[in-house]
Design a protein around this ligand. Structure first.
Ligand code: CTP
Length: 411
């Protein structure tokens, strides 16, 4: 399954480095081409001779090879790789990765890596629990690094607790999982709405909301990374897209968003409505700035905006899948299930404003997914990029289920 895949194995200085030998062995056995990059401290734990014998490649540690003066290019290494796995990732290496301290080949290569990066932390339990480590892990997650969580058990210090590097078999399983999902949206067209809408009152004022657009943008990156062609219809946000497979259409109001979304939807296989669309807009937009009157109150008459998700839901054809969001403050489950029906969605992703770390302006989210067939799946608090992965996985599963049902009825 890993045949021909180019993998950089980054090894930093922890006792768990001995497990990396097994990891390397398994990767090579699976047909991967592995380039080991080790930190100077890593070399204290495991000899490069063992690693180069197994990988059939010289091990890179320094920027230069001392006797030949050869320079190791982290840039070409970064371009060569399909994946970088840092295992073990010590507290110190993660801190450097999180802050960009590129004082060794491993971190320098990480900063040049264009493809996906995974890190398998390994350390003693107190180091693991320290707020500084947790902060760095959070930052790495935000930067898109997939963390392969350590297990609990006996540690090299003799203590027992969390911090033990995931077993090599588990890391290989995650690597295979990554490659199997990596292009599983190839050929699909996805339309995503994201961010708030701004409803103009006059040339200087609007009615808006707190949506940052982070969830919708994370979904766009996830779909594009998995091979989909993405049209991202974005309300006013201060975010940038990274993947060139994302075509972005910037809009301001709900009416503009509706027009762009419906146009893109006609040609889409999947639509994800992650935008916080204003339900109403001012009935009149003043041409000139509204002046303060000599009155204590002001009334703005509002009219209904189009419901983009519902309109696309109405127009939906058999091969199209629609996913909506529900941000609720109370009666969460009932409201989410109701939305599924009302907007003819295939899936509703619910987040509750009652949860800490979920909702607007956060980098994390805690979701529950309601599927068409009545399925309800709850997920723990995760970074928005990881949440995006879960949503896409669930959506593809739902599509495969629908395809399977269609296949059955065809027979
Ligand atoms: N949505 C939309 N267009 C609108 C309003 C909402 O596309 N005009 C989409 C959102 O992007 C989201 C879902 O519909 O995916 C749920 O939005 P929400 O505002 O919670 O639903 P409403 O139907 O407006 O219900 P309520 O106001 O009762 O919560």
């Amino acid at each position: 399954m890993l045949k021909g895949k180019h993998i950089i194995l980054g090894i930093s200085g922890g006792i768990a480095a001995y497990k990396s030998v097994f990891l390397l062995r398994l990767l090579v056995k699976e047909g991967a081409e592995v380039q080991v990059v080790i930190t100077p401290n890593g070399k204290e734990f495991i000899t490069p001779v063992t690693l180069s014998s197994l990988s059939q490649n010289p091990v890179i540690c320094d920027f230069f090879t001392a006797n030949t003066g050869e320079w190791h290019s982290h840039v070409s290494l970064g371009l060569w790789a399909d994946l970088m796995v840092v295992a073990p990732a010590t507290a110190s290496t993660m801190a450097k990765m999180a802050t960009g301290v590129a004082d060794n080949m491993l971190v320098t290569t990480y900063l040049s890596a264009k493809e996906h990066v995974m890190a398998a932390p390994a350390m003693d339990l107190d180091m693991w629990a320290h707020p500084s480590t947790q902060r760095n892990i959070e930052q790495l997650r935000r930067d898109g690094v997939e963390i392969i969580m350590p297990g609990s058990g006996e540690l090299a210090s003799g203590l027992s607790g969390k911090g033990r590097m995931a077993e090599p078999e588990e890391i290989v399983r995650r690597i295979k999982e990554y490659f199997s999902r990596s292009r599983d949206m190839e050929g699909m067209k996805v339309m995503i709405t994201a961010g708030p809408t701004c409803e103009r009152m006059d040339p200087v004022r609007y009615i808006g909301n707190y949506s940052s657009g982070k969830m919708g943008f994370a979904l766009a990156e996830e779909c594009a990374a998995r091979g989909a062609e993405v049209i991202l219809v974005a309300g006013p946000v201060s975010l940038a897209t990274e993947n060139p497979a994302i075509r972005r259409v910037d809009v301001e109001s709900a009416v503009e968003m509706c027009e762009a979304a419906e146009k893109a939807f006609a040609d889409a296989d999947v639509a994800i409505f992650a935008a916080a669309v204003a339900d109403y807009r001012p009935a009149e937009t003043a041409e000139t700035k509204i002046k303060r009157e000599n009155a204590d109150e002001m009334t703005v008459r509002m009219v209904r905006n189009p419901d983009i998700a519902a309109r696309c839901g109405m127009a939906k054809r058999a091969h199209q899948t629609t996913v909506g969001f529900a941000l609720e403050t109370d009666n969460e489950r009932l409201n989410a299930a109701h939305k599924l029906e009302k907007k003819n969605l295939d899936m509703v992703v619910m987040n509750s404003l009652r949860d800490n770390g979920a909702g607007f302006r956060t980098d994390t989210n805690r979701i529950t997914i309601f599927g068409r067939g009545g399925s309800v799946t709850e997920y723990p608090l995760k970074s928005k990029r990881e949440v995006a992965r879960d949503i896409v996985d669930a959506m593809l599963l739902q599509r495969r289920g629908a395809d399977a049902t269609a296949d059955l009825s065809d027979n």
